[in-house]
Design a protein around this ligand. Structure first.
Ligand SMILES: [Zn+2]
Length: 421
């Protein structure tokens, strides 16, 4: 594994490379220096004699050679990312850090340097930097695993930042996570208490999502994106036109198709590192064991209480936590049910209002509540913070108010009281 530094000239790549080499005891390689050495003349001389295209060819050949080594700090020239095959070679065995600086900082740092020829004759220095940066920024962005702001930062601080990212990605504490996965989840792993271990817990978790509708779509999207290893997504419905204001995993082309299958396809495209099992099945007391058995957590993303009570009974029987949610109009509710530690759903809502009613709902409502369900699941699985155990969160979107209402166990509950279990 190598550390690759990219970025426009003047962003401190060579100085940072030297510092990192010292810190890690690795070799530092400067691509520009390698080119000059091989060609026996300076880069302005090479460009003047043979042109930029020739220079880029030499650069590509030496870059491929350097990128194939191990444990080197590779300081690339500012334009190395212009060629796609260069980026592929660099990323194959390296983490790419893009050192960023404002045009003003760059201009101040390189104004006296005559090492590289101007790319745009006739433009002022700052204009040239500005234009080249604008043109190259998307390429730097696409090539980089990490972006490091260098404005106003001491060299030592930049080096520490890179070392800490590198350690998080490569440390052996979580052998199951590949380097691309570690890069993908880095920003959430930086949350205190999450880290590689939390990510590993997510990866080995299975969540049963009951319902791939208004609540199930946002919940599944965030859980898949966060890297929950297996999502069992269960829905016996077909996509309808009136679903599309809120069920954002579907498009018009999906109308009439099985929700579970279409949603699973969309989620796999979002994150190919997780497994999404579509279950086009009805949830009832006979099927629940087969569908949700062995899951670490269940999400109630349903639209009727009859089926919710099937999940609740299963949760009480097995001890698998259940994140309940319900929505209507611009309002929603949420609770984390973990029998026998918390009240069960029946303690809170003993009845089953008749199902099948066409109820009003704005797309944002399940967006907010379904996302909150995913947040509860992620906290529970990583062990961060606390969940809504023994509490019902009630959201009134018309006045944008969240309220937490304490809920108590019904000691005579026919589902969860010790007499009935
Ligand atoms: Zn109960």
């Amino acid at each position: 594994m190598n550390i690759v530094l990219t970025g426009y000239r003047g962003t401190g790549k060579s100085a940072v490379a030297r510092l990192l080499a010292q810190k890690l005891g690795w070799q530092s390689l400067s691509l520009d220096a390698m080119i000059a050495q091989q060609e026996g003349r300076t880069i302005p001389e090479i460009v003047a004699a043979r042109g930029w295209e020739y220079f880029r060819d030499v650069e590509a050949a030496l870059l491929a050679e350097a990128a194939a080594r191990d444990r080197v700090i590779l300081d690339t020239g500012g334009g190395a990312i212009l060629r796609k095959q260069n980026v592929q070679a660099l990323r194959k065995n390296g983490l790419v850090f893009w050192l960023k600086a404002s045009p003003e900082t760059i201009a101040a740092r390189i104004k006296d340097s005559a090492v590289r020829p101007a790319l745009m004759p006739g433009k002022t220095f700052l204009e040239e930097i500005d234009e080249v940066l604008r043109e190259r920024t998307p390429l730097y962005h696409a090539a980089a695993d990490f972006e490091i702001d260098t404005d106003g930062k001491a060299l030592e601080k930049i080096g520490d930042e890179i070392c800490s990212y590198f350690a998080r990605i490569t440390e052996p504490a979580a052998p199951g996570l590949t380097v691309p996965e570690r890069s993908r989840y880095l920003r959430q792993m930086l949350i205190g208490g999450w880290g590689l271990q939390g990510q590993q817990r997510l990866r080995s978790a299975t969540i049963f999502i009951a319902g791939a509708g208004g609540l199930g779509c946002p919940a599944a999207l965030y859980l898949a994106a966060a890297g929950v290893g297996t999502l069992r997504l269960c829905d016996f419905g077909l996509v309808e036109t009136s679903n599309l204001n809120r069920q954002l995993l579907y498009t018009e082309a999906d109308i009439g198709k099985e929700k579970a299958l279409k949603a699973a396809g969309a989620l796999q495209r979002l994150n190919p590192h997780v497994t999404v099992e579509p279950l086009f099945e009805k949830i009832d007391d006979a099927s629940i064991e087969r569908l949700a058995g062995g899951a670490n957590l269940m999400l109630d993303c349903l639209d009727n209480f009859e089926t919710r009570h099937v999940l609740n009974r299963f949760a009480v029987r097995t001890g698998i936590p259940l994140v309940h949610a319900g929505i209507e109009g611009l309002a929603g509710q949420l609770s984390f049910i973990h029998p026998p530690h918390t009240p069960c759903l029946f303690c809170m809502f003993p009845g089953s209002p008749p199902a099948g009613r066409v109820f009003p709902v704005a797309g944002v409502t399940p967006g907010i509540i379904g996302t909150a369900q995913a947040a509860e699941a992620l906290k529970w699985l990583t062990g961060i913070g606390s969940t809504l155990q023994g509490e019902l969160l009630v959201w009134d979107g018309t006045i944008m108010e969240f309220q937490k209402i304490p809920i108590a166990k019904d000691k005579n509950c026919p589902v969860c009281s010790p007499m009935s279990v």
